[in-house]
Design a protein around this ligand. Structure first.
Ligand code: F0G
Length: 461
């Protein structure tokens, strides 16, 4: 033990516990086969440590729970809406707020308003729901992230950056009038939770303004991104996360937000904007898809919990422990020479399934296979982020073949302990040792939209 080193620990203690259920291997064999080898289709009662997602799986604080008790459940003009509006203005800096039931509710509204048929939307890698809403509104998504992002071993500290040359050449090719906005995510989920630098965001803003194109931020994990900026971008080392967040947002015209991540709640999202005319249209549209503009599909108490979550998420102690936990697992796996995406991301550790199972070709679904195998080994639930998630080209119907074929071990905030993390690492190591015996899968049912959620598979014998 290194006695000179000072460890950090979570800035909270635990007041309420939820029992976990262990299962036998026999039970898990039945459960995964009944789920079509898709971890999304497992029942949570059959899961031991649930790392499917960090979305809506967070533990709320006593202050957030106290906020639930003062939920103002009026249909219109709830007090909690105004609290949330004030906090979004204060921390994100946008003028206007539309609450939505979750992130994709905001994506739906803004895509419908800004996109015309035949448009192009460039972005720093796709996200599943974001791209689908853009496509359903008639746009083609164009990936303009730097090439480094597609290489799981490249150590660039800002793999979420936009490649300005790619963006510029798209503008020259299709014309600025065909690009309603640039879609910038912070952090980039599908690249492994990788951050974008403020220096890059400034350049994106410049190029966009020169061409009269808007910039929309996917702010879902922007506070985690702010933490990476603080520790990796020299200029910001003495700034608070709140200051960095505000500056990030200042280079954009608005954001879509899934509060279920950064903001430490179980449900909720919003659309925030600076342009009054777009806001007015969005305020009109939200009543069709979500609910009145002062609740957007949420209960008053949900808005209160999300508002209080903003205060907690910008705390550096919180973020240090949150990202510290992810790094703890990542570093242990690196020590064991298990292939993961590096640098380690903000919300998850991503196993590189192509390197983990090199004997499988991509059409045998290595990441889907590995996620199922990890469940069989230990009851730990992870998620595929590879060829199944990437889906098909909307024009040709061909499978996208993403360079990254990953299994995401996603960490709910404030939920699991370091001992859970150790069990996780041990289980992955077990699978790694017998990786050569692992066979692939074939897809036997494929839904039309976002197929990864409901697709079914069978083992290749
Ligand atoms: N943008 C990003 C970057 C996301 O990660 C998500 C959701 C959304 C938008 C959509 O938000 O779920 O509230 O509608 N990601 C979850 C995940 C589902 O597991 O990564 P939502």
């Amino acid at each position: 033990m290194d006695l000179k080193k000072r460890s950090w620990a979570e800035p909270f203690k635990i007041k309420m516990v939820e029992p976990l259920r262990m299962t036998s291997r026999e039970e898990r064999v039945i459960a995964i086969s009944e789920s079509g080898y898709n971890t999304f289709l497992l029942k949570s009662k059959d899961v031991y440590i649930d790392l499917l997602t960090d979305s809506g799986t967070n533990a709320m604080s006593q202050d957030q729970w106290a906020g639930m008790m003062i939920g103002d459940e009026s249909y219109a003009g709830s007090e909690n809406f105004y609290n949330l509006e004030k906090n979004v203005q204060k921390f994100y800096g946008y003028k206007y707020l539309i609450p939505t039931h979750q992130g994709r509710g905001a994506e739906n509204i803004i895509s419908k308003i800004l996109i015309k048929n035949g448009d192009y939307v460039p972005g720093n890698m796709y996200f599943t729901t974001t791209r689908l809403h853009q496509e359903l509104s008639g746009a083609t998504f164009v990936d303009v992230i730097i090439d480094d992002a597609h290489d799981s071993q490249n150590l660039n500290p800002f793999k979420g950056n936009v490649d300005l040359k790619k963006l510029d050449s798209l503008i020259n090719k299709v014309g600025a009038e065909k690009i309603p906005y640039i879609s910038v995510a912070a952090t980039v989920n599908m690249a492994g939770g990788q951050p974008i630098a403020i220096s890059n965001l400034r350049e994106v803003r410049k190029l966009a303004s020169k061409n009269k194109i808007k910039v929309l931020l996917d702010a879902t994990r922007a506070i985690e991104n702010a933490y990476f900026i603080k520790i990796r971008e020299e200029e910001f080392k003495n700034k608070s996360l709140a200051e960095i967040l505000k500056e990030m947002c200042s280079y954009t015209d608005g954001c879509t937000m899934s509060g279920k991540k950064d903001l430490l709640v179980n449900i909720g999202g919003f659309l925030a904007l600076n342009d009054f005319e777009i806001f007015e249209e969005a305020r009109n549209m939200v009543v069709i898809y979500e609910g009145l503009h002062t609740y957007g599909g949420l209960a008053g108490r949900d808005m209160e919990a999300m508002s209080r979550g903003i205060d907690e998420a910008v705390s550096e102690d919180h973020m240090k422990a949150r990202i510290g936990q992810v790094e703890y697992v990542g570093n242990k796996l690196i020590e064991l020479e298990i292939p993961i995406v590096q640098p380690i991301g903000g919300h998850a550790v991503f196993l590189d399934a192509k390197k983990f199972l090199p004997h499988l070709n991509q059409l045998q679904f290595p990441a889907q296979t590995l996620a199922a195998e990890l469940y069989l080994e230990s009851g730990i639930r992870a998620m595929e982020r590879g060829i199944v998630s990437a889906g098909r080209n909307k024009d040709t119907g061909e499978n996208f073949l993403p360079k990254l074929e990953l299994v995401r071990l996603t960490f709910p905030r404030r939920v699991y302990t370091q001992a859970h993390c150790d069990v996780l690492v041990e289980s992955i190591y077990e699978v790694y040792q017998r990786r050569n015996e692992v066979k692939g899968l074939k897809m036997v049912y494929e839904p039309k939209y976002l197929r990864f959620f409901q697709a079914r598979f069978e083992p290749i014998l």
